[in-house]
Design a protein around this ligand. Structure first.
Ligand SMILES: C[S@@+](CC[C@H](N)C(=O)[O-])C[C@H]1O[C@@H](n2cnc3c(N)ncnc32)[C@H](O)[C@@H]1O
Length: 222
């Protein structure tokens, strides 16, 4: 089975074109919600081709990381157009090369739905580790719909999105927050019965997550 680094190396030249209809119909409206009230140093994990750039708070310093050099190369080309200060680095979200508590916030859009099940807790642990105790973690992600119509549509899309993006509608990200030492602050649908905005923070008791032993997917150059 392909790793995410391989998958996104393959899909990178087509990514923006394939996403365009969804970007206009759906994502443009919901991406700003992720950044409301955020400032300071922000991590954008799984930054991809930089589709969040336009929505970064102008005064923020954003570090975008991604496992795919091909996706980052496309983000690099868009960097000049953004108003925020942006730094891009190739990195695996399950092994972040940043000191503890070095960010005010961490965000990820459509990252956790593409992370294999065994990488969910390690990735959440890493986001919890690098944000300050008062820090915020916000995730925008697909979930499996309950309604029949949307459920059928997701079943039809499933083989394609699994092959092309490594994505699944059945990740357990939200329920795995406590295992990663995080507390749920808010969880709400921003596209009815399909896309959730999840807000979390490091647990108040200071407990750190247990899931840091990570099976590595592909090799990473830093
Ligand atoms: C569906 S794309 C989303 C990209 C972007 N956030 C967006 O909203 O368009 C998922 C991104 O996560 C990246 N990714 C997958 N596994 C990763 C990992 N372990 N660490 C960092 N990035 C990863 C992929 O390379 C890809 O760019």
């Amino acid at each position: 089975m392909a790793s995410n680094a391989e998958r996104y190396g393959r899909i990178a030249p087509l990514y923006d074109m394939l996403e365009l209809p969804f970007e206009y119909a759906r994502y443009r409206r919901i991406r700003p919600l992720l950044f409301q009230g955020l400032s300071g140093r922000i991590l954008d994990a799984g930054v991809g081709t930089g589709r969040n750039f336009a929505f970064y708070p102008a005064s923020a310093v954003v570090v975008g990381i991604d496992i795919s050099a091909a996706m980052l190369a496309r983000a690099q080309r868009k960097r000049q157009k953004a108003t925020a200060e942006i730094e891009l680095q190739q990195m695996d979200v399950t092994r972040l090369d940043f000191p503890d508590t070095s960010f005010d916030a961490a965000v990820a859009t459509f990252l956790f739905c593409v992370l294999p099940d065994e990488q969910q807790v390690p990735a959440l642990c890493e986001l919890g580790r690098i944000v300050k105790p008062s820090g915020v973690i916000r995730l925008l992600d697909y979930v499996r719909p309950r309604g029949t119509f949307r459920r059928v549509i997701t079943k039809l899309w499933e083989p394609w999105i699994a092959w092309a993006y490594g994505a699944s509608f059945d990740r357990r990200t939200e329920e795995q927050l406590p295992e990663a030492g995080l507390e749920l602050v808010d969880s709400r649908f921003v596209v009815p019965d399909l896309v959730k905005l999840i807000s979390a923070r490091p647990a108040a008791d200071g407990s750190r997550g247990q899931g840091s032993a990570v099976p590595v997917e592909g090799s990473i150059q830093r």
